[in-house]
Unconditional design. Structure first.
Length: 126
């Protein structure tokens, strides 16, 4: 999800949200991120989760989505980012530092460090 978040943010650095709807780009970013991270998911899997979340929120207000919409979102991201979709997440570095300092057994510290890494992805750097 962190990679999808980065791809989503990068896309909207170069494209206005008024130009391109958020839903298809968000789903396209998740689909593309699954490939980038080498854990590919089928568009149908992403749609199943989306449908469940929409159902929890009360339904039809979000509209229906189909597999071609996800693929179109992915293609828009790829084109606008010039196929530059490499993302270096800080989580791996953090784990390596904790290992080198022999602190991986400290669950509270490890969890706090992981939370900081997750929160750092939510900060938009202008």
């Amino acid at each position: 999800m962190a990679t999808a978040q980065v791809l989503f943010q990068r896309f909207y650095y170069v494209v206005s949200m008024k130009e391109v709807g958020v839903r298809d780009i968000a789903l396209g970013a998740i689909f593309l991120a699954s490939k980038v991270e080498e854990h590919p998911r089928r568009p149908r899997d992403i749609l199943n989760v989306y449908d469940e979340l929409v159902e929890l929120e009360g339904g039809a207000a979000f509209g229906s989505v189909h597999e071609p919409d996800i693929i179109a979102g992915e293609i828009q991201i790829l084109c606008k980012l010039g196929f530059n979709v490499q993302v270096q997440q800080p989580h791996g570095f953090m784990i390596n530092y904790l290992r080198s300092l022999e602190l991986t057994d400290d669950e509270e510290l490890t969890q706090k460090a992981w939370n900081y890494m997750n929160d750092s992805g939510a900060v938009i750097d202008h």
